[in-house]
Design a protein around this ligand. Structure first.
Ligand code: HCA
Ligand code: CU
Length: 460
């Protein structure tokens, strides 16, 4: 049965410009535990005193997950892992020729001895031990087997087959796992697959099929360079495609949002599961299908992860989607009116990147000649911010611009320093956005005005 080790707190914190506070790490660990991952890799205590303190605090929480500390093959690191209260230490030592020659300046025999000695030392301290041959996928196979078996004999019960450079393909990885399974002494096999070609999750799934036990993930796929498999994608792919039902799917989207908030690292709109567009439909053909039966274009029901499907209205839209959107507002139009409304939407859509419900309602008013007394569900808001006096306004602007819901940002004169236009699906989403904006460093005070109706000037 599949196991997951989440390493958001170790590999994830190796993402450029990402740094968690101890409290944030504790919150992340609790939320990971709620999903039900078997192991949480909480950090390498030799990196800094605060990393060590965070591991110590997390280990003391008494979570269900086993708490793992990462360490180079150094006695001091292994001792720190022990004194932090981690249940397991993951000792990494590279095994590929290029790493041995150019980085570690060790022969294969020297490397083998170092690995054996440090695994045995960790075991003697009473720790569970995983050994990671870093750059395993570029390591000569006979040597890899020798090293891993030496580590297992010395007390390791897990080997992490690390595709450190993300160079594997599913069929190759599966082949290697079959060989390792046949030639390794009894042990569990972890898969640590980097995503340099976008193949990390596919590789991991092939590896599990071939006999590996555990997949390493991070929330939002964070990590060095292009990161490793995203936790939500991994859980959903195994749940829906492989029938692994032991993880709780409900905390995943919130966990992803939380990570965006505390890391400043935002997922792309097309990111599966957690991305803004993951359950949106646009073309007339697609939306027509979705309205008749969602299964026509949905791999699974978005409510499985607490999300909603969304139909985007613009020039690609057909009549059924517009009628459905008007119907949501309790607005009925005749077939002839609908025809004209759709034509106008298409014309406006030719000129604009994005249409809001306010635009659609305005068109419907013009075409029918009836006033529509409704407030658009998707909300436009003007958010005004005062910035702390010691902070550069431009630094706050830069952070604001990275929010996908923020459509434009202005530095302004007057009581406030910044005004930003934002759009959100509903009031709850707008609330979340404002909460997130308030946590941006340097924001002192905010005031939000919701747009009730929008009129375009001569330009647009
Ligand atoms: C690194 C180490 C590592 C270790 C993986 C593991 C890798 O290069 O930073 O211990 O399972 O990718 O090899 O993250
Ligand atoms: Cu890694």
């Amino acid at each position: 049965m599949l196991e997951i080790l989440d390493t958001t707190l170790r590999e994830g914190e190796q993402t450029p410009y990402v740094n968690f506070t101890i409290d944030e790490k504790i919150e992340i660990a609790k939320r990971l535990d709620a999903v039900g991952v078997e192991m949480i890799e909480a950090g390498d205590p030799s990196v800094s005193p605060n990393v060590a303190r965070a591991i110590e605090r997390i280990a003391a929480l008494g979570l269900r997950a086993e708490i793992v500390a990462h360490s180079a093959a150094l006695r001091s690191g292994i001792e720190r892992a022990k004194s932090c209260g981690a249940q397991r230490v993951a000792i990494f030592y590279a095994t590929s020729k290029i790493h041995l020659d150019s980085k570690l300046h060790k022969t294969e025999e020297q490397a083998l001895e170092i690995i054996r000695e440090h695994v045995a030392y960790a075991k003697s301290l009473g720790l569970n031990v995983r050994y990671t041959p870093e750059d395993a996928t570029r390591t000569e196979l006979d040597f890899l087997v020798r090293v891993c078996n030496a580590a297992i004999e010395a007390g390791a019960d897990r080997i992490s087959f690390a595709d450190t450079l993300g160079i594997m393909q599913p069929h190759l990885l599966a082949e290697r796992i079959e060989i390792l399974r046949a030639r390794l002494l009894p042990c569990k096999i972890d898969l640590h697959c980097h995503d340099d070609y976008g193949l990390a999750l596919a590789n991991a799934m092939a590896g599990v099929r071939a006999g590996a036990d555990c997949v390493h993930t991070t929330v939002n796929g964070m990590g060095e360079r292009s990161g490793i498999p995203d936790l939500a994608e991994t859980v959903l792919a195994f749940h829906n495609l492989e029938g692994v039902e032991k993880y709780d799917l409900r905390p995943l989207v919130e966990l992803s949002n939380y990570l965006e908030r505390v890391s400043g690292f935002f997922v792309a709109p097309n990111k599966p599961i957690t991305g803004q567009n993951a359950f949106s439909h646009k073309s007339g053909v697609h939306t027509n299908g979705i309205l008749k039966n969602p299964q026509t274009y949905e791999p699974f029901d978005p409510s499985l992860v607490g999300r909603e499907r969304k139909i985007v209205i613009d020039k690609y839209t057909g009549k059924s989607a517009v009628a459905a959107r008007l119907d949501e507002y309790g607005i009925e139009v005749s077939a002839a009116e609908l025809e004209v409304i759709v034509t106008r939407i298409k014309n406006l859509g030719d000129q604009r990147k994005q249409l809001f419900d306010a635009d659609i309602l305005e068109i419907a008013e013009q075409v029918t000649g009836r006033e529509m007394d409704v407030i658009p569900h998707d909300i436009n808001a003007l958010i005004m911010l005062e910035v702390e006096s010691h902070v550069y306004t431009s630094a706050v602007v830069r952070r604001l611009r990275s929010f996908s819901n923020v459509t434009s940002v202005y530095e302004v004169t007057g009581d406030y320093d910044i005004s930003a236009f934002a759009n959100a699906e509903n009031v709850a989403a707008l609330n979340n956005l404002i909460e997130e904006i308030r946590t941006v460093q340097g924001v002192k005070r905010s005031e939000t005005r919701m747009v009730l109706k929008k009129y375009n000037g001569g330009g647009k």
